[in-house]
Design a protein around this ligand. Sequence first.
Ligand code: FMN
Length: 326
Amino acid sequence: MTKILETSFAGLSLSNPIIVASSGLTNTVQKNKELEKAGVGALVLQSLYEEQLSKQSAELLMKSSYFESGDPALAYLEHNHVDYYLQLIRETKAQCTIPVIGSVNCYKDDSWMDFAQQIESAGADAIELNIFVLSTEIYDEPHFLEKTYIRIAQKVKESVRIPVILKIGKYCNHIVHLVDRLYTIGVSGVVLFNRFYQPDIDINKLQMTSGNLFSSSGEISDTLRWTGIISGELPQMPVAASAGVHDWEDVIKCILAGASAVQICSTLYQNGNEIIAAMKQSMEEWMLHMNFGSITEFQGKLNYAHIEDPSLYERIQFIRYFANRD
Ligand SMILES: Cc1cc2nc3c(=O)[nH]c(=O)nc-3n(C[C@H](O)[C@H](O)[C@H](O)COP(=O)(O)O)c2cc1C
């Protein structure tokens, strides 16, 4: 077996940089075995929502007017409870050899901390936190989001010994500062970025609707920008690039920007598990063609480390970009 694609992320050794992102793709042992067979480097299990950890909150949510009967989210809230989740970790660990990362979608730092310990005891190799919170209130204090991320991460860090990974959204004021603080409190890696629910509007029904469930290739620009900035300014913090990574060239771009690994989701839903082998083969061919014998030989080659002021660099590119159009 070729080792040219080996890498590490958040203290985990991976045979290759392709991690399956948390989603319905990883919610059964059978699917996880198939993903391992297809050649992924690691997998993040579908998130358990903080609401599911408290029976009372789950029941309140299920009775709320947010859900109509038959809504698949109701079944998800009902069935993906703690015991199932812990069993999923145990069985996936028993049947797969690749790293398995547990995931919690949360917004508060209260009672669910016990669950972080249970994820660890069930055998997960790491825990990923998807902190889904938006600052929408006029009186939210500045840096509300950053403070929430740090408070939750700190509590989880105190509860477990396995690596803690933060999956970050794009809507923070100061991503570099946030990642620096996360590193200081011992977070082992960040995922840039989480892709939030995308709202849309139906102009005929005059209703709010859901936008695209899947990302498009174009979304990789922000992922590359911030991977390059974080990798340049905080090389000690491992980054898994995510959102808009659709093919092998995207993976190479993310590594050149400084990522240790990538997380993919939409492309797997759209193209099936077969895409993994094809991506890995093309990456290897490119590496041989470019004379790179390992991932570390080109990781971060195009990050922002050598640019004095990334914001100035971005402004110059911006001026150039529009100056060439009539
Ligand atoms: C159907 C679906 C289910 C998802 N479920 C979760 C989840 O449970 N937890 C989570 O952190 N992210 C979830 N995500 C987000 C993905 O993990 C990923 O961050 C996002 O799709 C961006 O990656 P992509 O551009 O490769 O799709 C989900 C995405 C999709 C499309």
